[in-house]
Ligand binder design. Structure first.
Ligand code: AMP
Length: 125
């Protein structure tokens, strides 16, 4: 069920629990700004989620309210994770779903990194 990105941040969401180490994840990267882990239901051979450490519901929220340092930190983490996973030579995809029409299911901003196979058209027609 897609979330409403205009709602206030809910501390009980599953990624907040992962950040607080209340729930496990298969972590691939962590720094001051971001945590990255394997998606529990991968849609490609490489499917990593990158989340900011700050409490942001969606890309909308993050792009409006996050500090320049938080935005730079998340952006650089995404690039580094993809490089370290060896995805650059053959290419990969970065995607963030926002709200109802975007199909966002978890109300903590997460950026998907997909790779490891040809990824097909950007959207189904
Ligand atoms: P979205 O549809 O963009 O909100 O994506 C949510 C993603 O979170 C989906 O790809 C889920 O498979 C993934 N997901 C949900 N719960 C977990 C979890 N506990 N650990 C890792 N990935 C998860």
């Amino acid at each position: 069920m897609p979330i409403d990105p205009t709602q206030p941040y809910d501390d009980g969401n599953i990624f907040a629990k992962i950040l607080r180490k209340e729930l496990p994840c298969k972590a691939v990267y962590e720094d001051e700004w971001a945590l990255a882990f394997h998606d529990i239901n991968p849609l490609a051979p490489v499917h990593i989620l990158v989340i900011p450490k700050g409490s942001y519901v969606s890309w909308d929220d993050f792009s409006e309210k996050a500090s320049d340092a938080e935005i730079a930190g998340l952006t650089r983490a995404i690039g580094k994770i993809a490089r370290d996973a060896g995805l650059v030579p053959q290419g990969y995809r970065v995607l963030a779903n926002i709200g109802l029409r975007g199909g966002q299911e978890v109300p903590h901003l997460h950026v998907h990194i997909f790779g490891g196979q040809p990824l097909g058209p950007m959207l189904a027609r």
